[in-house]
Design a binder for this molecule. Sequence first.
Ligand SMILES: *[C@@H]1O[C@H](CO)[C@@H](O)[C@H](O)[C@H]1NC(C)=O
Ligand SMILES: *[C@@H]1O[C@H](CO)[C@@H](O)[C@H](O)[C@H]1NC(C)=O
Ligand SMILES: *[C@@H]1O[C@H](CO)[C@@H](O)[C@H](O)[C@H]1NC(C)=O
Ligand SMILES: *[C@@H]1O[C@H](CO)[C@@H](O)[C@H](O)[C@H]1NC(C)=O
Ligand SMILES: *[C@@H]1O[C@H](CO)[C@@H](O)[C@H](O)[C@H]1NC(C)=O
Length: 666
Amino acid sequence: MSTMYQPSSVFPCVKLFWFFIISTVVRNVSAYIVDNNPYRHFVTLDQHGKYELEWLVDWDQKSVIFNVTVATKGYVGFGLARKGKMSGADIVIGGVNSRGKPYFTDRHAIGNQLPVIDTSQDWTLHTAWEKGNKTFLSFSRPFDTCDADHDLPITDDTMTIIWSYSEKDDELQYHFQNRGGYDVYILDPDLVPRKIDKVYQKTHRTETTDIRVFQMTRRIVMPVEDTTYWCSFHKTPTSRKNHIVGWRTVLPKESDVRHIHHMTLYRCAAPPGASADSLFEGLYRSGGGECYLLDSPSHLLTQYCKEPIHVWAIGGRAIFFPEHVGLPISESGSDYFMLQTHYDNPNLLPNLKISVTLEAFYTDKLRPNDVGMLQLGQSIPGSTSIVIPPSSLDHVIYGHCAGACTERMIPKGGVKAFAAFLHTHTSGRGVRYLHRRGNEDLKWIANDNNYNSKFQQFRILHEERRILPGDQLLQRCVYDTTDRNGTVVVGGFSTQEEMCTGYMYIYPRSPEFARCRSESRDETYLNRLGIENTTWNQTRRKMVITSPTQFAGLSVNDYVNNFIEWDIETRKAFQREHKLSPQISQCPRFTSSISVPQRALNLQGRLERGTSLRDTVRVRGFVAPTKNTIIDSDFEHVSINPIGILQYKQAPQCLRDLRKKTLRKN
Ligand SMILES: *[C@@H]1O[C@H](CO)[C@@H](O)[C@H](O)[C@H]1NC(C)=O
Ligand SMILES: *[C@@H]1O[C@H](CO)[C@@H](O)[C@H](O)[C@H]1NC(C)=O
Ligand SMILES: *[C@@H]1O[C@H](CO)[C@@H](O)[C@H](O)[C@H]1NC(C)=O
Ligand SMILES: *[C@@H]1O[C@H](CO)[C@@H](O)[C@H](O)[C@H]1NC(C)=O
Ligand SMILES: *[C@@H]1O[C@H](CO)[C@@H](O)[C@H](O)[C@H]1NC(C)=O
């Protein structure tokens, strides 16, 4: 059961046929801005620099222009695919033939045969030429062509750009080498500077800006454990306030890509009366150690390193901030950071040297706004909230940040979110941030109905979103466990277990609050599950049952796989409870050093039509937060019900006038 990152990913048509096969290779793809337009993108799609793609999102016209320059005199194939499947891919094939005449057709893939020409031709060729051994094509299409049968709409979801080319124009059938796929959010802005690699010049300065790079590098011999979380400590490179304005993760070798699942960077803060140097300098020099996940306090002082400032996970590319925001460092002259790195070693390989560098791009040209980060979703998986029934196609789990929390966390004028990161493990198929104000869901802050856990890009939002005190933020995660051989998937830290979490970059920063998550401790749910209490076993890296005694010592995973009868009724009940049961939303304040009396705010959940009262039982007797965390002492407990609300509906994208144009053509 290897769930580690497979660099040559996903496409099932590998052996079968000739056309597009995904072979994602470890390479640096530098996307850059031209004309300061964040919607103009440039990528080299192959390893040898032969297939170059430039695209521009035209929001006025709701269309995308693609320019491809390919080192071939033969034909060029280009397409869009979803769900990691070639079948259903939307493809164009074009070029300039030996008589100098351009050709270009809109096609669709059926299985692995030669893509079939669509009856409705919806892509428009603007320019085609051949010079030397290069072919250039410029073509465009609307976000939605209205050809629901044979074209794929371009949406906010992850899409795979598939590409191919041949040396000849007339031999569509034969070319086994030149093809690949590239996962991307086509419509997202990209603010990464054009010449990011220039930062590597000896001065560590870019040519034209004052951006420097701070590199946090970890080289370790990977522990022979399925899952390792390693915490290393890093020290700020400056002694004055600077702003971090961008991030990139560098994984030099393919094995590094394969074994590093994610990294989270936290800022460390000494408690009142203690000096940061005396607490963290030793750890910084020591190289850190294994993070004991749910043990706190720990010898690594992880309890003082709670403010997340960046997260990266597999497939993520560089991210740069808009020019009016920066993440402050060294405000008090010094700063320490803890980098938590998740290593995946499911085959227990020994003696593997793994290296990773997280780069922070920073500047002393301070920007007007200080950025902070907010973690959302489901509480990290100490709880039994995530139990996904076997062979589920679309099991939904919510994580909440309650209005009572944002009321305390967010200043009167609100905060603005400008970037979002959506995280699940391998069973996640869709992830969304909902934004609720009063009884109404506003437009989703971020949405991906084609989530690919191997492509976890921190997304710059198309529009910044103001979040006000009292607003509720919900993360909705959809899981597909049909490829898990009939096993139940539970929440946990390992890649085979699941999470439903994520982050937003916001401004202004509020360092006291960085986390707003929830879990189910609802009695109905826990009774159905049949688990009364659990504890984290660090040796096994699993949640283990302590009560009831007849199951004590079993992991939650073993228990739900062996002692629950997953009939249709049970599955439905779990789904209903995961959607409707009240949850406890926690929003710890990080700076209070002395325990504050807990307030328990149980808000009555809302009733959806047709739901029984049982579904809104107030939470009683929930487990108290771990007593020994020094900083997490002030919690809000809020029970909430995610349903019964005026829901947001996405407007249909297909525009009629475009449809008419197509009909005229036929
Ligand atoms: C594509 O190429 C055309 C023709 O060379 C050029 O005018 C246009 O600016 C290019 N567009 C993009 C998005 O690169
Ligand atoms: C054509 O391609 C060959 C090899 O791919 C290369 O050596 C040559 O320089 C190219 N010629 C031109 C005019 O670009
Ligand atoms: C699926 O589960 C069955 C029964 O537990 C086992 O025999 C089989 O090897 C498993 N298949 C895979 C592909 O893991
Ligand atoms: C659960 O078990 C822990 C010890 O493992 C104990 O401290 C805690 O009080 C128990 N909680 C409940 C609700 O029984
Ligand atoms: C954790 O599990 C191991 C292996 O099963 C066991 O030996 C150990 O006693 C457990 N630790 C705790 C604290 O229960």
